[in-house]
Write a protein that binds this ligand. Sequence first.
Ligand code: NAI
Ligand code: MG
Length: 350
Amino acid sequence: MSRVVKLAVIPGDGIGPEVVAEAEKVLDAVIAGSDVAFDKTRFSLGAGRFLETGDTLTDDDLGAIADHDAILLGAVGGVPGDPRLRDANIERGLLLKLRFELDHYVNLRPSKLYPGVPGPLADPGDIDFVVVREGTEGPYVGNGGSIRRGTPHEVANETSVNTAFGVERVVRYAFALAERRRQKLTLVHKTNVLVHAGGIWKRIVDQVAAEHPEVAVDYLHVDAATIFLVTNPGRFDVIVTDNLFGDILTDLAGAVTGGIGLAASGNINPDGAFPSMFEPVHGSAPDIAGQQKADPTAAILSVALMLDHLGLRDHAERVTRAVETDIAARTSDARSTPQIGDAIVARLQA
Ligand code: NAI
Ligand code: MG
C-alpha cells in the first residue's frame, strides 16, 4: 500500500446517509486492488446532531475534520420550517462555516447532459460546462445587520464583500481550468448595476486574460446568462462568477442537465492548506428520506470529483465512465437507491 488518504465522511441528514452509503460502495470498489487506501472517519453532524446535543459545529469537530485529506458530505438539514430547528441555522452554522473556515474558495459545479438523460429542453444540444463559483466572499459573508427589526421602520443591509485577493485567486483557477478544457471562459456578473462589485471582477478577469491569450473570454450579465442557460447552454465551457450568482445559476444548470439527482460539486481549497469537500448539490430531501428512493448518482459523481482532485485521475475516470454507462442504460427511475449503487459498481467491475 503506497498511499493512504484520510477521508472525513459526513453522511448528514435525510437522504444524506442513503446516498453516501452508495458513494462509499463505489469508492471501495474502484480502489479495490489498487495501491491507494482510504482511512475513513465518520462525523455525525447536521439537524439530527443538533436536536440531540444542541451543537452545530464545535471547534473540536472543525479541528478534527481539518486533519483529513478530503471530506465527503451527503446533505445536512431537517424538514424546512421545523420549529425545533429555528435557531440551528444549519446552512450558515455548519455548511457555510465549513466552507469559510476551510477556505473553500472554489465551488466547482460541473454540468453535463449525459446521453440518455431526459432533460427539460426540447433541443438541448451538447451541454458540458463547469461553473466556478467563488465560495468565501460576496453577499454570503454575513456582513450585514438590521435595526428597528419588525417595525415599519426596519432597516436591513447585507453587504457583498469582494477583495482583490479573493477575486483574483478564483479567477486564476477558472482560467487554468478553461485551458485544460475548451479554452472558453465566461464571466457572469451584473456590472451595469453593481458597478463596484462588478467592476473589480471585470478588471481582474481582463488582467488575468492578458496572461491567457488562448482562452476566449466573454462576459454576460446574470439575467442574460439565465436566458442562454436555457436557450443555448452549449455556448458555455467555464463560467466564473460570485457566490450568490453562482448559487442561483448552478441550480438552473442542474435543472437543464437532467435534475438534482445528478448534480455533483466540490468545495475546493486548491492550495491544499485545508481538505476540500465533495457533496451532491441537493439537500437532505426530507420528503423522500427513509424510502430508498433517492438517486445516489450525484453523490457518486462527487466521489469522482474527489478522486480527480486527489490526483487519482484514472480512478476518477473509471467512476465517471461507470456512471455514464449506467445512465445511458436507464429506462425508468424505478430502481431503489442501493440498486443504482450496485448497478454502478457492477459497471465498474465489468
Ligand atoms: P432538496 O434538494 O433536499 O430537495 C428538493 C427536491 O428534490 C425534493 O422534492 C427532493 O425529494 C428532490 N431530491 C433531492 N435530492 C434528490 C435525489 N438525490 N434523488 C431524487 N430526488 C431528490 O432541497 P430542499 O427540499 O429545499 O431542502 C431540504 C433540506 O436540505 C433543508 O433542510 C435544506 O436546508 C437542506 N439543504 C442542504 C444542502 C446541503 O447539505 N448541501 C443543500 C440544499 C438544501
Ligand atoms: Mg443552492
